[in-house]
Write a protein that binds this ligand. Structure first.
Ligand SMILES: *Cc1c(COP(=O)(O)O)cnc(C)c1O
Length: 429
């Protein structure tokens, strides 16, 4: 396949961009080779600068749940654009999107819009600390909550399961209040709560998506609810990835998680930079200008981003694609398992709603440790075979694949053929 133009841009881009990318996941480091440069996208397809066409299962890491260039969304954005791009004052759209979001989540009276998932989460942590007057937070190994200092610990693939910074430049002091527990292991949470009285919040991805897709057990969720309620610790649901993805609202309802604060991003902006955090009045009234927890943003609630978010949520509500996602994901699971069996590949397929991914391991994947048993070399080969056969996947074993409403039967057929060839490449049969 031709990747000449991507190769040329990758070389050129190195000069004034760090690694020719603006986010490291795009650099293809864990799969090797040259990252694709994208020209355009439409519906379920994405096109690189060499004119290669792919079925897009990256979908910008989640936001493009309606596929690319949805007509209604595009129209709403164009309309907003004509009125100006930013005003530094409030607009009607913010109120509208706020109502849509609050209506979609249980126990969310108010919401604050920000510009990214990272910002949403770091603000939610500050809010939990302001509300409880406590300092420590508990996070789970393998869960990713953005790149703010305090949360760059054991944050998905590659970072150790210790309270040590997962990045250079993060001072020890910045993570000394971050405690790490194991996903699906309530004892690891209890241990911290018994030892530390200064815990403000527990933060969790309701369905983990940043170490591959991992579901919590229902006992784990029930125990987390009980523990937090009985100890006065706030429960923060980081639904930046899962929000509006498995239902219109959050995964927290589907699994029975009783969150005090919810963080959003990705789908809520429909492809524009939007993040949000919300909670019941009692908590949100701590936030400035009502309260003394300061958090601000020049472009927060940007009118074009709001228009895009509103149009995206409206379409989602109308189309209600969630049952269809379940069906498509089930089919994709079978495609993966059948091909793996045929060619002798050890694989586990985890999925939830419109998130799915195969783990190349014999072990059932239930937490960060078991995720790490994967053969990432196999994934690398699998990935490039999929690219060659016209399927764009996230370039990491530990990223979820996403489905969009535009993915059709024909696309699935193509995916099936590609999966067959990719499994054949790495199989023992
Ligand atoms: C993507 C993601 C974030 C970070 O959002 P950005 O918009 O990339 O800053 C935080 N939490 C979760 C669960 C995510 O998936």
């Amino acid at each position: 396949m031709e990747l000449e133009n991507s190769i040329a841009l990758f070389t050129k881009g190195q000069k004034h961009l760090v690694g020719a990318v603006n986010s490291p996941v795009r650099a293809f480091k864990s799969v090797g080779g040259v990252p694709l440069f994208i020209d355009k996208a439409k519906g379920s397809k994405i096109y690189d600068v060499d004119g290669n066409k792919y079925i897009d299962l990256v979908l910008s890491y989640g936001p493009m749940i309606l596929g690319h260039r949805n007509k209604k969304v595009e129209k709403a954005v164009k309309k907003a654009l004509k009125k100006g791009t930013t005003f530094g004052a409030s607009t009607k759209g913010e109120i509208k999107l706020a109502k849509m979001v609050c209506d979609a989540f249980p126990d969310m009276d108010k919401v604050r819009f920000v510009n990214s998932g990272t910002e949403a989460v770091l603000s939610a942590i500050r809010l939990a600390r302001a509300f409880t007057g406590k300092n420590k937070i508990i996070k789970f190994a393998g869960c990713y909550h953005g790149h703010s200092d305090a949360l760059l610990v054991a944050a998905g693939s590659g970072l150790a399961t210790l309270s040590i910074p997962g990045s250079k430049g993060v001072p020890k002091e910045a993570v000394k209040n971050t405690l790490i527990a194991e996903f699906n292991n309530i004892e690891s949470v209890k241990k911290h709560l018994n030892k530390h009285k200064d815990v403000a919040a527990i933060i969790i991805e309701p369905i983990a998506g940043n170490m591959g897709v991992i579901q919590p057990s229902s006992e784990f969720i029930t125990d987390l609810n009980d523990l937090t309620k009985s100890s006065g610790v706030l429960l923060i649901a980081d639904e930046v990835m899962t929000g509006f993805r498995s239902k219109f609202g959050g995964a927290q309802e589907l699994i029975g998680l009783k969150a005090d604060i919810t963080c959003l991003g990705k789908v809520v902006g429909g492809g524009f930079p939007v993040g949000a955090y919300g909670a019941r009045n009692e908590i949100m009234e701590m936030v400035s200008p009502l309260g003394d927890m300061y958090q601000a943003g020049t472009l927060s609630g940007n009118p074009i981003a709001m228009a895009c978010g509103i149009a995206t949520l409206k379409e989602l509500k109308k189309q209600n694609p969630y049952q269809q996602f379940e069906k498509t994901a089930t089919k994709l699971e079978h495609i993966l398992l059948d091909a793996a069996k045929k060619y002798g590949v050890d694989v586990q397929v985890n999925r939830f709603g419109s998130m799915i991914n195969p783990f190349f391991t014999k072990e059932k994947v239930i937490d960060f440790k078991t995720a790490q048993t994967c053969d990432t070399d196999k994934f690398k080969k699998f990935f490039w075979k999929m690219i060659e056969n016209g399927v764009f996947l996230p370039p990491s074993q530990f990223e979820a694949w996403f489905l969009c409403t535009k993915l059709n039967g024909k696309d699935l057929k193509k995916i099936e053929i590609a999966v067959g060839k990719a499994m054949e490449r790495i199989g023992s049969k």
